[in-house]
Design a protein around this ligand. Structure first.
Ligand code: ZN
Length: 444
């Protein structure tokens, strides 16, 4: 009945992000692309002696992490313009680079960023590719091709804006090209990207609204104080209120950042079930501010964690982002109880899945869900002594302890190396592309 494809993924601690939260000396049984059962390793291995066993008695096993916000469009421009705030950084770097991003850069950049995410346990990346439409064909399908090649799930969007002069018909064509690529993919799904309210004319925003119906939305909202002022001057309300009034939130929406939000904004997010992607590292690098994460959680908003793009973070490391999410709240509030290791672990798993509306299938280790699973090396020095497994994932482990990753039951990272792509070749290919991109853009 079970066949030879069944596997047992074993660990000293299996953290489920469900109930029970921890199974000690446990295992996850995977059949095909699904989790069949989570339970005691001794019991499961006695019942299914023919299953192939992965992992050892000291390992930590978790659900795959869900990176709720990022930009593969920034993968080749890491480490530049690090002393600027958001709008200065956009003017100095993102704007000049955007016209020169093409399908090949999208493909290689996604391989480069995607592999790093995978090495930190990410199994689903919610991406917004920010570029200008090109006359020689669409750019964003390269993202889907690369994710398929790595074996990683994606929720892909094109971060549309027309303030730099792009034509609305060309923008809609780019959305359509990405939507078709995602439709043809086993692992990617499409959402409508809106770079920010301030990046779109009223005409483009109206088109975005129309196109978003029945599809999801990925948007930046209230990342910096200036953005709130700008939209208040233009529309008389906050960006969040404007989205609610115009009907954008009728479509499932994930909003990145939500740093400069008040009580009424929080209530709107909760009422419309808008998910929030919290990006602590980029918020700190760009000096944007501290998102009120505990208040959002208290209001019942689903909050996930994002690594954000490689030009504003710059490390594509979900475990680092989890740790920083906790530390940022603590130092900001001078309160050591603010966001525990378990809080940030849940944000990185089931919280992110809820924020993206995929929690029926992903985000926890439960029978019937897709088998997206991470195994941490229990024989590593960092994890030699685990006293609080949530704290060990959030504060002790780094991406170097991520040993194996399964996506849909398939091993895509083994011994910290991606199985389906050669990382050295990707790094080599990215160097040539990055150099010519910066030359064309006139930055560097
Ligand atoms: Zn962003």
């Amino acid at each position: 009945m079970t066949g030879s494809s069944a596997t047992l993924i074993r660990g000293r601690h299996v953290l489920t992000a469900a109930d029970p939260a921890v199974v000690v000396d446990g295992a996850v049984r995977v059949v095909g692309d699904r989790i069949e059962e989570v339970g005691s390793f001794d019991e499961l291995s006695a019942r299914y002696p023919d299953d192939q066993v992965f992992g050892g008695p000291n390992d930590l096993v978790t659900p795959g992490f869900i990176n709720t916000h990022g930009h593969f469009s920034e993968a080749l421009i890491t480490g530049i313009a690090k002393d600027r705030t958001l709008w200065e950084w956009v003017a100095a770097l993102i704007g000049p680079v955007a016209p020169h991003l093409d399908d090949e850069i999208a493909y290689v950049g996604t391989l480069l960023g995607g592999i790093q995410m995978l090495q930190s346990g990410v199994t689903l990346a919610n991406d917004m590719f920010v570029c200008d439409p090109r006359p020689d064909g669409p750019t964003t399908p390269g993202v889907v091709r690369a994710l398929d090649e790595i074996g990683m799930r994606g929720i892909v969007s094109f971060g549309a804006g027309d303030i730099r002069g792009a034509k609305i018909e060309d923008i809609m064509a780019e959305h359509e090209a990405l939507a078709s690529a995602a439709e043809a993919s086993r692992l990617s799904k499409f959402r409508v990207g809106i770079a920010a309210l301030g990046a779109q004319s009223d005409e483009l925003y109206a088109e975005s609204l129309r196109y978003a119906e029945g599809q999801g939305v990925h948007i930046h909202l209230q990342e910096i104080r200036e953005e709130v002022t700008q939209v208040r001057l233009r529309h008389g309300v906050t960006p969040i209120e404007h989205c609610a009034r115009t009907g954008l939130f009728e479509s499932p929406t994930i909003a990145a950042h939500c740093v400069w939000i008040d009580r009424q904004d929080r209530r709107i997010l909760a009422d419309y079930r808008v998910g929030v992607a919290h990006n602590p590292v980029s918020n700190m690098i760009l000096a944007s501010g501290v998102a009120p994460v505990p208040e959002l959680l208290e209001e019942g908003v689903a909050v996930g964690i994002g690594v954000d793009g490689a030009a504003s973070n710059d490390r594509q490391d979900m475990i680092e982002a989890m740790k920083v999410a906790s530390l940022l709240q603590r130092v900001h509030r001078l309160q050591a109880t603010s966001l525990s290791g378990r809080d940030v672990f849940e944000m990185a798993t089931i919280g992110g899945a809820k924020a993206l509306g995929v929690d029926e299938q992903l985000g926890s280790l439960e029978s019937g869900k897709l088998a997206d699973i991470v195994s941490f090396d229990g024989d590593s020095l960092a994890l030699a002594n685990v006293h609080d497994p949530f704290g060990s994932v959030a504060f002790v482990a780094g991406s170097s302890e991520v040993n194996r990753v399964w996506i849909g039951g398939e091993i895509v990272l083994d011994g910290h190396d991606p199985v389906r792509v050669d990382p050295l070749e990707v790094a080599q290919r990215s160097r040539t592309l990055s150099k010519s991109l910066l030359e064309k853009a006139g930055v560097g």
